[in-house]
Write a protein of this length. Sequence first.
Length: 271
Amino acid sequence: MEEHSCGIGLRFEHIDRILKEQPNIPWLEVLSDNYLNPDSVQQDYLLSIAELYPLSLHGVGMSIGSVDPFNEDYFSLLKALIDRVNPQRVSDHLCWTAVHGRVTHDLIPLPYTDETIRYVAGRIREAQERLEREIVIENVSSYLQYKQSVMTEWEFFTAVVEEADCGLLLDVNNIYVSAMNHNFDPLDYLHAIPTRRVRQIHLAGYEDRGTHLLDTHGNHVTEPVWDLYAQAVKQLGNIPTLIEWDNDVPELEILLAEADKAGSIQLEHAA
Ligand SMILES: [Fe+2]
């Protein structure tokens, strides 16, 4: 039987069971920022997991779009973790999270201008040099837009990854959330994506807050996002896909069922 390539995010509450029962999961994504300390029990667990499953390291701490210098400690810890677990992919977001040394813990979008493209692409190149490997950059969901922007988000995203010569992580839920919040057609976004750069897809659940959709990662993937995912698979082929579920984390079975649902869409629609 053909196998799909849809994984789940590794969450602390599931580590024991995964180590004991070793369920059939094609790969796991790990929030790298939680495992950086080489003397921590968390990293010990991760090394055990890495012996059983292919991993993708996903971070929020690079602050690629910030004007602050890169955090030296962060990069050296991340590089050491990469050397230990040998991940298939290392990703972070097209956003900024810190300025003047203050961390916001939010993924804040950037103004879509030529100047920002040059700046951020340079930062991604520098990050790739520091880590001595390709990194993969993800689109964020957004709730604000800048007056200074002179192009669409997809024009900006595409230009950045081309100029940086990096991989692209397409978060299909984030496209849908931003499309509803800013009133654009998510298919326009999808059709503009450079296929050869796409290394991974994210799926997650959002919450409808009435005035806007909020990307909560705390629920099932919604029907319109499944539909958009089917379109993405038709266009991009069989891309490793991940279910992100970070809040109100359910039983492992529910996450695995969600990954299997993505997997059946993948097998049905991939060219
Ligand atoms: Fe994501």
